[in-house]
Design a protein around this ligand. Structure first.
Ligand code: SAH
Length: 215
């Protein structure tokens, strides 16, 4: 599957190729192996999905990762994407991923999944509303959101250092959305669309999630 993604141009950086090879997707999703290694999104519980591998690859490539970076992920889900980012950083010589999940069931499951995969000591999981940022650990070298937002995610954009990349899917649920790449420059952000996409919508605390207790 990884070779097909390289051949189709979805994997551009060697660090992305190595990360996809290093993380066993079957540890993160409950599906037959044939499906696990097809390039499709898959259900992970709580009506959420893990992105297709080509989308995870596009994120990883576009984060412009470098050795030692501290990266913020909003939407841990199964933990697969965070593990891929961590493995990409590992192949570059090290770094850290902070990932925030709003759904307690997924958060607990992801912690277990990450423990069993590469490299758990590089991934810090947090329970809460990631869209309000993660001030204790800011600023970050890069950040990305794995659920669609319908407003500019200012809290996240503001927590990224000068020159850093923020990736986020923008658009309403069940419509064609745009994966946006924002680069922090001077007083603002240079933004551009990478590709059309379809992500599950972000969830906010006031939507009354079962098991969610704001901290
Ligand atoms: N990256 C994940 C899949 C993401 S699905 C993986 O590799 O499996 C989107 C995830 O974002 C879901 O788990 C959902 O619960 C979470 N989410 C939605 N809104 C959120 C918010 N405001 N803060 C943190 N997580 C959120």
């Amino acid at each position: 599957m990884v070779q097909r993604l390289v051949d189709s141009g979805h994997v551009r950086n060697e660090y992305t190729r190595q990360a996809l090879l290093a993380v066993p997707r079957e540890l993160f999703v409950d599906a037959p192996l044939k499906k696990v290694y097809s390039d499709t999104p898959l259900p992970i519980g709580s009506a959420q999905t893990v992105s297709a591998p080509h989308m995870v690859a596009m994120y990883t490539d576009n984060l412009n990762l470098k050795r030692g970076m501290v990266v913020l992920e909003i939407g841990t889900g199964s933990g697969y994407h965070a593990a891929v980012t961590a493995c990409a950083l590992k192949s570059l010589g090290g770094g850290v991923v902070h990932t925030v999940e709003i759904d307690r069931t997924l958060y607990e499951e992801a912690r277990r999944n990450i423990e069993r995969s590469c490299p758990p000591e590089m991934v810090f999981t947090h329970l809460g509303d990631g869209l309000s940022g993660l001030k204790e650990f800011a600023p970050f070298d890069a950040a990305y959101i794995t659920a669609a937002v319908y407003e500019k995610p200012f809290e996240i954009l503001n927590e990224v250092k000068e020159g850093g990349v923020v990736l986020y899917p923008f658009g309403l649920p069940n419509t064609v959305q745009s994966l946006i790449k924002a680069v922090r420059t001077g007083g603002g952000w240079a933004e551009g669309k990478i590709v059309d996409c379809l992500f599950v919508p972000v969830r906010r605390p006031w939507e009354g999630l079962p098991g969610f207790a704001p901290n």
